[in-house]
Structure formats: C-alpha cells, structure tokens
Design a protein around this ligand. Structure first.
Ligand code: PEP
Ligand code: MN
Length: 321
C-alpha cells in the first residue's frame, strides 16, 4: 500500500496503532484514480481528513499518542512532571535540582543550555558545557533530560545530550528548525508561541510529524493579552480543546504562563484538573539568585508542596502520576 500511495504521487506516513495501522496519504487526491486505494491489500477503509493538520488530527489517529523518553512517560493516562531550573547555571545547581525534584516525584529534568533571551545582554546559557552538566545530572539521578534547541545547526548536538528536545515559544514557527526536529528520533516538546493560535500550534507540530518524527507533545505556556498583572495569560481551555482535535499529549507550563511563583501551584493543579497529560515547571535551589526567570521559579519546598496538591487532583482524575 505504501508503494501504491507513492505511485499516485502522494507521501505515505505509517502510524502504527495497537488496534490498526493507518497510512496517512498526503498529497493531491485528484491524482488517485477512482477506487485506487480502497481496492488495495489489507485496506479496511479510506477516509478523507478534513483538518489542515493531517497527522496531528484525531481523524487520522484515534488512540492517544504515548511518549516515552527514559523516566518520562506522558499521555494515555500517564501524567508527566518535568521540573528544573530555567537555565543550567552550574553542575552543582543542576545536580541539586535534579535530586530534589526526583525526590518530590518529578519524572523528568528540565534546564536550558541554549537560552533564547529577550535581550542580547542577558545570560544566553552555557551551551555545550550546559548540556554536559545536564548529562551529569542524568547520570546522578537517572532522570530524563528535557532541554531547548534554538537553532537547526545545533540540532545534532542537543539531540546527543537530551532525551526530549524543547522547541520554545519564540521558535514555534521557525519552520527550518521544526523540519530539523522532524528528522531526529528524539521526542519533541513544542511550546505555543505567545501570539500563535491553537491551529498554528497544531500546524507547527505537523511539520515535525511530516518530517517523520511522531513523538511530539504540545505545550500551552500562555499567550499575550492586555492583562499586565501576570507575565502571560494562561488559557487552560486549550487543554480540552486540543483533546478534541489531536491525539498528541498536552503539557501545560504554569511557570511561564503566570510569571509569578505564588500563582504557579494553583495553575499546576488546574492543569491536572483540565485534563493535561503533564506539566513543565521551573524550580531553582535559590530562586532569588537565578540567572533567568527566578521570579517564577519555585524553591524545592514549594515544588514538593505543589506536587502534593497535584497528586490529590490526579487521583480524583484517575491519572497515574
Ligand atoms: C523556558 O522554558 O525556559 C522558555 C524559554 O519557555 P518559552 O519558550 O515558553 O518562553
Ligand atoms: Mn524560563
């Protein structure tokens, strides 16, 4: 069937499910002769996908995508907690963070080695040195590492050290970067741009899926509105909306979404209640001294308390956390 799809000038993408296998045939359907696909071997049915995001759509795949990356399992009833500092600052800082968040129940470690900063004069991250520090923290704790890649030319380097590639809000529509992520075999955490629509987020994910990488999780991290009391406005309706539209796991970032530490635990709990598959939060050994995003980072104790609250909601939601 793959060859047949190709012979009609369409691109086949195979989505292996437990119940059945879907071959997404993307291209101009006018090139397919009448009944040209229906009669193929093993074909149960041929359905048009109406959504513009073909591979991300529930129309193509009904079963939820479950992403596994080392200690992190996310989707299909498994709740993932990704925690750690905004930036990797030192080996001591990242290892201490990894130990503390693991003890409190986190399933993956976050930390930026390549930082996309608003100002060119702000700390830009330790880059490859930072990646090595993350690798040390993984060796020490076993936790999967989630870290950001900001440019296509860094893709191989970041993929070498990470378990999950983070594509940040500012880069959500960097299409060459998305294509490069599509060519890796690393799961991707794709964050919503602060002025991007949900459909644009899904179409950005589509670039990665179309490139051959089916391991994509979507992250709501807040959008820009007129409200100035929070850093961004965190629309949690994104979670049930995405659930209707896509099989991809849905993650919420209440740290960037609010921009204020005291607001984070409540929005983390609300994310669980809204049906998210995971959260990503910022935790720092000493937020006041953080080189980036300290004002929205939790101390180890605050993170532990946040986890207690989230676990109670997860239990009510029948989620494994
Ligand atoms: C981050 O996770 O530290 C980050 C830069 O997030 P965002 O891309 O959502 O701004
Ligand atoms: Mn940050």
């Amino acid at each position: 069937m793959i060859q047949q799809v190709e012979s009609f000038g369409m691109k086949p993408t195979v989505l292996q499910g437990t119940e059945r296998t879907v071959i997404a045939a993307i291209g101009d359907e006018r090139n397919v002769p009448q009944g040209g696909l229906e009669s193929g071997p093993g074909v149960d049915e041929v359905l048009p996908v109406l959504a513009p995001y073909k591979l991300a759509s529930v129309e193509t795949r009904k079963e939820p995508t479950v992403i596994k990356a080392g200690t992190l399992t996310i989707g299909g009833g498994m709740f993932g907690v990704i925690a750690g500092p905004c930036s990797v600052e030192s080996e001591e800082q990242i290892v201490a963070s990894a130990r503390a968040i693991k003890k409190a129940g986190a399933t993956a470690l976050r930390g930026g080695a390549f930082k996309p900063r608003t100002s060119p004069y702000s700390f830009q991250g330790h880059k490859e040195e930072g990646l090595k520090m993350l690798a040390t923290a993984r060796e020490e704790t076993g936790l999967a590492v989630v870290t950001e890649v900001v440019a296509a030319e860094d893709m191989d380097l970041v993929a070498k050290y990470s378990d999950v590639l983070q594509i940040g809000a500012r880069n959500m529509q960097n299409y060459r970067l998305l294509e490069a992520a599509g060519k890796t075999n690393r799961p991707v955490l794709l964050k919503r741009g602060p002025s991007a629509t949900i459909e644009e987020l899904l179409l950005a994910a589509e670039y990665i899926l179309d490139g051959g990488n089916q391991q994509v999780m979507l992250c709501e991290r807040g959008i820009r509105t007129f409200e100035a009391h929070t850093r961004f406005t965190l629309p949690l309706a994104t979670v049930p909306y995405l659930r209707q539209k896509t099989h991809l796991p849905i993650v919420v970032d209440p740290s960037h979404g609010t921009g204020h530490t005291p607001l984070v635990p409540a929005l983390a709990r609300a994310s669980v209640a809204a049906g998210a598959d995971g959260i990503i939060v910022e935790v720092h050994p000493n937020p006041e001294k953080a080189l980036s995003d300290g004002y929205q980072s939790m101390t180890f104790k605050q993170f532990e308390d946040m986890m207690t609250g989230c676990r109670r909601v997860a239990e009510a939601m029948d989620l494994k956390m």
